[in-house]
Write a protein that binds this ligand. Structure first.
Ligand SMILES: [Ca+2]
Length: 272
């Protein structure tokens, strides 16, 4: 209301100064990097304006403002800030991949695609499990390799493929493997046993060159050669005719003879 609150009847038969009721107005506000709906410049009591940020910008504050009876907007003017933020990283995936390239990965999404700096995917070698037993460090790798590459990999860290030469360490490895049964350790993995030709004969030996335990065929059955072994019957069966490398079954730690070009996880040992 403009003017005096009352008006007087004058002697001339007219009214004195009279009040006027003008509509209450709210100021037009410019929010950078946005559009408003409706696209007005003049705002009156009860008008509603809706701000929408341009692509790549995020609204800070309220989008909907109402012009109140006091001539101020119902909420402070919002702002549109450049939006180049990533969502959170996902959790690391399971180990996946082909021979020699097993990796785990995680991803994240840009809230406005194409706006965020950096990468939306990260990869890393799959985790290894390391444990110590009787002064020896064992490392279970979740990369998969054929036997020779696995053997070289262990040697590259000043170790060898693991040689569980007694029931005690066999039990310990079993215990660790059971915590790790996954896509990589799903069935069997290489350890430090292979069949080598010596003096024209193939013989099961540890990778340090010593003779390993095995069963020898004798008339009417088999007998042990007297050295520790854990062959999972009926192994070694040389099922493919070229099964010259040793694997451990994940479910019981039993030994298997397998061809040497499979792509498997493996376990190394390092003695200090
Ligand atoms: Ca076999």
């Amino acid at each position: 209301m403009m003017g005096p609150m009352t008006s007087q009847c004058l002697i001339a038969g007219t009214w004195g100064q009279r009040p006027e009721c003008n509509p209450v107005q709210c100021p037009d506000q410019v929010v950078r990097n946005s559009t408003k709906q409706p696209n007005n410049n003049v705002w009156q009591f009860n008008d509603v304006v809706n701000y929408t940020c341009n692509v790549g910008y995020q609204l800070n504050g309220e989008a909907l403002l109402t012009c109140t009876d006091t001539g101020v907007w119902s909420h402070p003017k919002p702002t549109c800030v450049e939006h180049n933020e990533w969502d959170e990283w996902s959790t690391w995936s399971k180990c996946k991949g082909r021979c020699n390239t097993v990796q785990e990965s995680r991803q994240r999404a840009c809230r406005v695609p194409g706006r965020c700096p950096g990468t939306n995917i990260q990869r890393r070698p799959c985790s290894t499990t390391i444990f110590n037993f009787r002064g020896i460090t064992y490392t279970m790798f979740e990369i998969r390799k054929n036997f020779n590459s696995a053997k070289l990999h262990c040697e590259s860290i000043n170790g060898t493929l693991a040689m569980p030469k007694n029931a005690e360490i066999t039990a310990k490895i079993n215990e660790m493997v059971l915590t790790k049964r996954n896509k990589v350790y799903r069935n069997q993995f290489y350890f430090g046993l292979h069949k080598q030709v010596r003096r024209g004969q193939r013989q099961w030996r540890w990778v340090d060159g010593t003779i390993a335990g095995t069963r020898l065929s004798i008339r009417g059955g088999t007998r042990s050669n007297g050295l520790y072994h854990n062959w999972n019957r009926p192994q070694p069966n040389n099922a493919r005719g070229n099964e010259f490398c040793g694997t451990l079954f994940t479910w019981n730690g039993g030994w298997n003879d397998l061809f040497c070009d499979a792509c498997l996880a493996f376990i190394c040992e390092q003695s200090k």
